[in-house]
Design a binder for this molecule. Structure first.
Ligand SMILES: Nc1nc2c(ncn2[C@@H]2O[C@H](COP(=O)(O)O[C@H]3[C@@H](O)[C@H](n4cnc5c(=O)[nH]c(N)nc54)O[C@@H]3COP(=O)(O)O)[C@@H](O)[C@H]2O)c(=O)[nH]1
Length: 876
């Protein structure tokens, strides 16, 4: 049986017991009291009834006394004078005095006057014969021996009980001698009894004693009444209670019984009260039981909850990922440790309680004591990061929290140790990531500045020198754009590895971003030391880079600054190194430059050019010059090459070599190149419409233009827009640009070729292209670079090279154009080797369209056919 059921049963039994006890005790004590009270009350009522009857008798007696002590009555006894009776004893006095009987009788028993009166009918009635019989000389009713003699009480007559009073008739001064008596009576009939009952508010009945005794019903219940106990009550068992009282007759003997029946109001009220009390008690018991039960159930539930919670807490604590220790304050001994203690520090399960804080904390004894004292003074505290000793002696990094807790009767220290090794490792990684370049693993810009500042701080104190090298890969952007970012990334990693191999450990190589690297040469004695490092770095680029299937030569440009000569802050040193690096680029790349103040002005010059270039298109500052291309056999102008110029308002006409590289660098070459194409095609179409002979017009396509995605679409659009036939357009692409990504170049050139456009390989001979590649190139013309042409005739290697290129072109079915023809011998050399077309100052410099027009009109150079120089054109 469950505890709950037991409790309920116990409670029910308790309530039942108490209720029974209360019920019995209330019956025994309370109801008995109520019963007694009721009997007393009934007795009292019987007494009141008897008193009323006695009052009646007294009243009759008073009247009798009045009518008996009267001179006329005294005379009347003797003379029987009718006048007296007529005037004083008429019918009216009976109802007035509520009398039924009035008799004047002489001592001899002779009736002087006798009258009976029926009060109900208001008429005279016959004197009861039984009474008349008793009016004899010897009758106590008649024979009074003294003037104060009175006979009063009940007189049982067959006609009914009569309340009767007899007094001797006397003079008005109550003197005798006694001649007769006056008898007055009142029947205790129904009406009189009702009157008495009403008067007393009682259920009253009056019976002759004998009759009452003889009644079988009454006999059984009639209580023993006597002169000493004239009133008795029979406790009722039903709804009524009855009281009895004895009424004596005129002789003082019990003659009548007055019976008072009462509803057991008191008792039933008592019963109600007890029942109400019991009901309330039961209600109270029920409510309190219910409340008790609920409270008890709650108590049980909360006890269970507490136990469950405790269990859960224990389980949580034991399974917590943090180490939780309870430590004795005085001895520092570990009292309890959770599973994490074993798991993280590798101690055997039972080992913890054998250890003290001194065994596991890294601090010495005083350090541990200091911490404990802090906990005791602060109650709750975070003790920060700490290391604790594992079983094998290794140290584990933790966050330590501690507070004082109650442990049974005593206070102990609860320590929570969170393993932060992983976080620390992660923080380290984050720190590394925040300070290093993800691709190359080199320090990044932040760490570079940090190291440089530290270096400067040290040098400031030591008075020594430090160098910063700013390195930028040449044409990296092109490699990235043409070979893809993956190859670009591989190159950067390879560069980083090579750089690592040439500097000392104390030096810092960083990658600032893109293809920009910096090297802090930590300590140098003279500027020459940094020169040696710069040379070494330059040397690492002499070997080709093998990136997947590509093998390429990459160069770098470097700028060098020295502390304290070129700047005393990290920012200034870097900025000046950057400036020097740009200078190196301008110097033809693949070199290094030491910073000089003069460079700064060149940088600002470059900046202003860049700004001007950005506005040049909008301000319509560009213009085109055209250089004719001449057939060596016929002397005919077979084409023109469009060459851009910049009419700069302040500086005058600027040649493309001065701004095309900058336009390439800044990306401005895309809109500029588009402008050149559109204007060239427009001009060619204008010449056609003007009736000039059909010829090709060639346009230089820069590296960035060629690698830009929408070149074919741009050209297609311009041709459509201007109406020039594609066959009249020739695009010059340098061999070096093709070599950056030959496969892509082949596919793009094929696409352009399919559009009907001619392709010329510019600067041929300078770009290391292989024969197998050349075979696959959809080219129409090879343009022999002017650097080779300048050496012919005379320079054997140039002669051989030019002759070889011409043969190659012939063998491959390609057209040949020699550039930079300035002299007749050059023309002869080329002519003899059957180079069909030439271009150069020998015929004409690049000219504005309107200046070129007369030449075009003529269409032929006699100089080519007749070996004479057209001086007019050359002079322009
Ligand atoms: N992407 C573009 N590049 C362009 C454009 N216009 C020109 N350029 C390139 O600029 C470079 C320099 O051009 P420029 O200063 O116009 O020089 C050209 C000729 O003037 C010069 N030339 C011609 N004949 C001779 C000569 O007999 N002697 C001599 N010293 N120079 C001569 O050669 C340049 C033409 O060379 P090339 O393009 O290889 O045919 C130049 O490299 C142009 O490519 C442009 O619109 N877009």
């Amino acid at each position: 049986m469950s505890r709950k059921t037991k409790a309920i049963l116990l409670l029910v039994a308790l309530i039942a017991g108490i209720s029974s006890f209360l019920y019995l005790s209330s019956h025994l004590i309370l109801l008995k009291s109520f019963s007694q009270l009721e009997q007393d009350y009934t007795s009292e009522n019987v007494r009141r009834a008897l008193n009323s009857i006695a009052d009646d008798i007294r009243q009759i007696d008073t009247i009798t006394s009045d009518y008996a002590g009267w001179d006329e009555a005294y005379a009347f006894i003797d003379n029987g004078n009718k006048t007296f009776s007529r005037s004083n004893l008429d019918d009216a006095i009976f109802p007035k005095l509520r009398l039924n009987i009035l008799v004047y009788v002489r001592n001899s028993g002779a009736i002087v006057f006798a009258k009976a009166f029926d009060l109900r009918t208001g008429t005279e009635s016959p004197l009861p014969p039984s009474l008349v019989k008793q009016l004899t000389a010897n009758s106590p009713l008649v024979r009074h021996t003294s003037s104060d003699s009175v006979l009063s009480g009940a007189l049982l007559l067959p006609e009914g009980p009569l309340l009767l009073v007899s007094r001797p008739v006397l003079t008005s001064s109550y003197q005798g001698p006694i001649h007769g008596s006056l008898i007055m009576g009142r029947f205790l009939g129904t009406d009189e009894i009702r009157r008495l009952a009403d008067l007393n508010h009682l259920n009253l009945s009056i019976l002759p004693l004998n009759a009452a005794r003889q009644s079988s019903k009454s006999a059984t219940i009639l209580p023993p009444l006597s002169a000493t106990r004239p009133i008795a009550v029979i406790p009722g068992s039903g709804e009524t209670i009855t009281g009895y009282g004895l009424i004596n007759d005129i002789h003082g003997k019990p003659a009548l019984i007055a019976r008072v029946d009462m509803r057991r109001k008191i008792y039933s009220q008592g019963v109600d009260a007890v029942q109400y009390f019991l009901f309330c008690f039961l209600g109270f018991c029920l409510i309190s039981s219910l409340t008790g039960y609920i409270l008890y159930a709650k108590l049980l539930a909360s006890r269970k909850e507490r136990k469950d919670t405790e269990k859960r807490y224990r389980s949580v604590i034991s399974q917590a990922s943090d180490i939780i220790l309870l430590v004795d304050i005085d001895s520092r001994r570990i009292l309890e440790a959770n599973l994490a203690f074993q798991r993280l520090l590798n101690y055997a399960p039972d080992k913890a309680t054998q250890l003290t804080l001194y065994d596991i904390m890294e601090d010495d004894r005083s350090g541990v004591d200091w911490r404990i004292n802090r906990i005791l003074s602060e109650k709750v505290c975070f003790l920060g990061e700490h290391t604790v000793r594992a079983e094998d002696g290794s140290m584990v990094e933790v966050d330590l929290n501690a507070n004082l807790v109650s442990y049974g009767e005593q206070q102990v220290i609860c320590m929570v140790l969170r393993d932060i090794s992983e976080r620390k490792r992660f923080e380290g990684e984050l720190m590394h990531m925040a300070h290093h370049d993800a691709l190359t693993g080199l320090p990044n810009r932040t760490l570079f500045f940090d190291r440089l500042r530290q270096g400067l701080y040290k040098k400031e104190r030591s008075g020594k020198m430090l160098a910063v090298i700013y390195l930028d890969l040449d044409r990296f952007k092109i490699i990235n754009d043409t070979l893809g970012h993956h190859t670009g990334d591989m190159l950067l990693k390879e560069v980083a590895d090579r750089l690592r191999g040439v500097v000392r450990k104390a030096d810092t190589i960083s990658r600032l971003g893109g293809d920009e690297f910096t090297i802090i040469i930590d300590e140098i004695a003279t500027p020459a030391d940094s020169l040696l490092v710069a040379e070494k770095i330059l040397h690492v680029f002499s070997a080709p880079f093998r990136l997947e299937k590509h093998e390429m030569f990459i160069t770098a440009s470097m700028g060098v600054t020295l502390y304290p000569n070129d700047g005393d802050t990290a920012e200034k040193l870097l900025k000046n190194a950057d400036t020097a690096m740009y200078h190196a680029k301008e110097e033809g790349r693949n070199t290094y430059q030491f910073f000089s103040e003069e460079m700064n002005s060149r940088v600002s010059e470059r900046l202003s050019m860049e700004t001007g270039l950005r506005h040049a298109l909008a301000r319509n500052e560009f213009l085109l010059h055209y250089q004719p291309r001449v057939n060596t056999t016929t002397g005919r102008i077979v084409g023109v090459e469009a060459l851009i110029r910049w009419q700069q308002p302040q500086k005058g006409l600027i040649l493309p070599d001065a701004f095309i590289p900058l336009a390439e660098e800044t990306g401005l070459i895309i809109p500029i190149g588009e402008w050149v194409l559109r204007n060239t095609c427009t001009q060619a179409r204008a010449w056609q419409e003007a009736g000039f002979a059909q010829m090709r017009i060639s346009v230089n396509i820069s590296c960035r233009q060629f690698t830009h995605d929408n070149l074919p679409d741009t050209i297609r659009g311009i041709l459509r827009e201007t109406g020039l036939q594609p066959s009249c357009l020739e695009l010059e692409i340098t061999e070096s640009v093709i070599m950056l990504n030959p496969e892509r170049a082949i596919s793009l050139l094929n696409e352009l070729k399919e559009m009907g456009i001619s392709i010329a390989i510019d600067d041929f001979g300078t770009g290391y292209s292989s024969l197998s590649l050349l075979k696959r190139l959809p080219a129409d013309i090879l343009k022999i670079d002017k650097s080779f042409v300048s050496g012919i005739p005379g320079n054997k290697s140039d002669e051989t090279l030019v002759a070889t290129i011409i043969n190659l072109g012939h063998n491959m079915g390609l057209g040949l154009v020699a550039e930079g023809v300035e002299r007749q011998e050059q023309l002869h050399f080329l002519e003899e080797r059957n180079c069909q077309e030439v271009q150069g100052y020998y015929f004409s410099k690049p000219l504005p369209a309107e200046t070129l027009q007369p030449l075009l009109k003529n269409g032929t150079y006699p100089a080519a056919a007749g070996r004479q120089q057209p001086t007019d054109a050359r002079d322009i």
